[in-house]
Design a protein around this ligand. Structure first.
Ligand code: NCD
Ligand code: ZN
Length: 443
């Protein structure tokens, strides 16, 4: 069985001595201070302090040590495609380069990953190909499959609207039953919340602004309102790719988790843009974008996630109406936001909470914090190393990005499992990542 749980060391147990010590600076109580981080034999953090003895020492100078990020919304497509298209190897190497130590792989494959056997088969095919750890989402399609799916999946996904690979989303009546079954698995459930009853004919759109009119914000608001009325109280709910400050406020008031993606935070729909900027939910107006960005800066957005959707450039070059929706982004999620933090536009502690801590806590994934007992990986960021990004930096057939030419700060080093998988900003790792499940999974 390839799918397994990992457990933190019980608090009372004495931590082993560090086998390596990373020396740099870190963010503590909102301030940057000198720090040493001790890593145990298997890469878990065993000590964090001013001075740690024992182990091999790595002096990272001015670099700031941060927990690796947790990006719980990616589409890496085929576990093992060798020739074309994204696969779990190219996807997780981009994650590693971008400082992401754990990814959440979405189940909108063909066919959708809606049964335990499909999920286990995918995990088997991806074995030995992961550069970082991965949480596998199962798709909520038939209530009778959910209990078994919940015993092997790391989280669950519900699609309420059509999108890539999902032609026939569940309707609202089915959704209620599926969410009730999902609640009894104990797993977190991410919902793609748009209500197709509020869509206009999608085939007529010829640019991102028309795409926004065809799948308007009201569709997102309606789906969220309905969910809030029907969500079982015990469900660990998380709403995917929220695009407006109003929805963010609504979800925060109701006490639910959600994520926001960099493209909705940093890009708006422009009539002159083509299908490379076609994404679900659509890019919104500049006014909506600016309000959403403000929500993030005020610390009101619990999680950020990339919704990495690596469509081939050829598919994105055809007519807008025929092109698939989605933009790549797992490797640029953190570097984009680190560059904004460098410019003083976003506090680093707000960023670390949204990119590392909260996704890790909500989904029960190890890591996300620089504290003894955590094993999610450590990155070193040199804030002086600002670069203009080119998608050719990544080993992916995708080869394009909506953020081409943007300023980014990539981690200089990334440590996971006691190994340095990124050195001098280059990937140097081996495929030693594993499939992880939350500690609260009830089996
Ligand atoms: C995603 C994809 O291509 O898999 N596309 C997108 O526009 N975001 C699917 C999704 O998350 O809706
Ligand atoms: Zn997605």
């Amino acid at each position: 069985m390839p799918v397994r749980s990992r457990h933190h060391r019980p608090l009372a147990e004495r931590p082993p001595p560090p086998s390596q010590v990373l020396i740099g600076r870190t963010l503590q109580h909102g301030k940057i201070r000198a720090v040493e981080v001790g890593l145990g034999e298997s890469g878990e953090i065993v000590a964090v302090g001013r001075s740690i003895s024992g182990g091999r020492r790595h002096d990272l100078g001015e670099a700031v040590l941060l927990p690796a990020a947790v990006d719980l919304h990616v589409h890496f497509r085929s576990p093992d495609a060798r020739v074309e298209g994204e696969n779990w190897s190219s996807g997780t190497i981009q994650a590693a380069l971008g400082g992401v130590g754990t990814v959440g792989e979405m189940p909108n494959a063909n066919p959708a990953v809606s049964t335990a056997s499909r999920l286990v088969e995918r995990a088997e095919r991806g074995r030995g190909r992961l550069a970082v750890d991965m949480v596998l989402f199962g798709a909520l399609v038939r209530a009778r499959d959910v209990a078994a799916l919940g015993r092997v999946a790391g989280a669950l996904k519900l699609y309420l609207a059509p999108t890539t690979g999902i032609d026939d989303p569940v309707d609202q009546d089915e959704a209620g039953e599926l969410l009730r079954s999902a609640a009894s698995t104990g797993l977190a459930v991410t919902v793609h919340a748009e209500d197709p009853a509020h869509f206009r004919p999608l085939g007529n759109a010829t640019n991102p602004v028309e795409w926004d009119s065809a799948r308007p914000l009201e569709a997102e608001e309606a789906a969220v309102e309905r969910l809030l009325r029907n969500v079982p109280p015990s469900l660990r709910l998380h709403i995917a790719h929220v695009t407006s400050a109003r929805v963010s406020e609504r979800l925060r008031a109701a006490g639910h988790s959600f994520e926001v993606s960099p493209h909705h935070l940093l890009l708006h729909g422009r009539p002159s843009d083509g299908a490379r900027f076609k994404v679900n939910p659509p890019l919104r107006s500049e006014t909506e974008r600016a309000r959403l960005w403000e929500e993030l800066t005020l610390g009101r957005v619990p999680c950020v996630a990339s919704d990495h959707a690596p469509h081939d450039p050829e598919e994105k070059e055809g007519p807008f109406s025929l092109a698939p929706a989605g933009v790549p982004g797992v490797g640029t999620l953190l570097p984009l936001l680190l560059a904004r933090a460098r410019r003083g536009e976003l506090s680093l502690s707000v960023l670390v909470q949204a990119a590392c801590e909260r996704p890790s806590l909500w989904f029960g994934v190890p890591g996300g914090r620089l504290l003894p007992g955590h094993r999610g990986g450590v990155i070193a960021v040199d804030f002086r190393r600002i670069e203009r990004f080119h998608a050719s930096r990544f080993p992916s057939s995708c080869g394009w990005s909506p953020f081409e030419g943007s300023e980014m700060i990539f981690p200089v080093e990334h440590w996971r499992g006691g190994e340095r998988i990124v050195e001098g900003g280059e990937y140097t790792g081996r495929p030693t990542g594993s499939i992880v499940r939350p500690e609260y999974a009830r089996n």
